[in-house]
Ligand binder design. Sequence first.
Ligand code: ADP
Ligand code: MG
Length: 354
Amino acid sequence: MRHMNTFQGSSRGVNDGCPHRAGARRGRWATIGRMAVGEFDLIAKYFARPVRRAVLGGGDDCALLQPTPGMQWAVSTDALVEGRHFLSTVPPDALGHKSLAVNLSDLAACGARPVAFTLSLALPRVDESFLAGFAEGLYALADSHDIELVGGDTTAGPLNIGITVMGEVPPGQALRRGGARPGDELWVSGRLGDARLALEAFRGQVALRGEAFDELRRAMERPQPRVALGLALRGIASAAIDLSDGLVGDLGHVLRASAVGATLRLDDIPHSVHVAACGEAQRRTCLLGGGDDYELLFAAPASAHAQVRDAGARADTPVTCIGTLDAAHGLRVVDARGAPVALTERAFDHFLAA
Ligand code: ADP
Ligand code: MG
């Protein structure tokens, strides 16, 4: 999944950027006041809520899950690394939320219903106020999507959060990247670019004040996975992907998997007043190259236009048609008059980024 480029975090937050200083040398133990808090105390206190649906949750060598008869498992993993996927300034509850949100977004993109997840945590030290906030944000989102924590792993080390989600989907109904056909319409949920603009504000590359900054920061730190929309699009969308690495890059995955091309109408891409207020170059960067939006990008036959609108309404999620898929390979971006727009944005890549 996406990372946030080369941001060097400030010295605030749970990890001051020197992972060996705080926890690693002391192994899995840390002292809080006069009480030593160990690995198993930590798990018992924060991550051992009773399960309601799983046959067996955390506490044994494996969790046990009973699939609903006739359903398939949809499984996905995303890791979050400090300084790569999040800034050290992120509040712990927002980090708990986002860690699960980016994983739920993958289930959403496949049209799967969330069931269970595991949590692998590497922590530089036992920081109870961090853990309490992290768990609160994590469980709040888990509860709102009826997904439960069934196990995990906890070690000392540089702050690193790995979540694996499991969801269910009827056989043959998972939304995939490869099903788009020439003539299909291209849609996106919500609006794009806010998370990128927030990152630029954190980097000091754009000046934002008060409420505008709070709103954009919320988009970056608390994305809402489009699970309900993914479910509503089963049987309607021909292909789908969630937007983590930027529109151009993620659309490229769909085009390659589906062996089609696309014409994208730049001016139709939904965005906030904050993105609208940017200069043209920055607006394009936010819309075409900005990551971390966690909206769904999907294709559907033009004949299903009304059904897509209806699915959006049922999921209470705005959906916007932003282009068409073509038999001619490649991506063409056009402006409101249909004139071609030169494309400089490319997909984010962890190992190619500067
Ligand atoms: P094992 O050594 O058998 O791999 P562990 O000692 O790592 O098991 O973990 C003990 C139990 O606590 C397991 O059931 C595991 O699933 C659970 N667990 C460990 N870390 C977490 C966590 N971060 N969140 C939820 N459950 C956890
Ligand atoms: Mg074991």
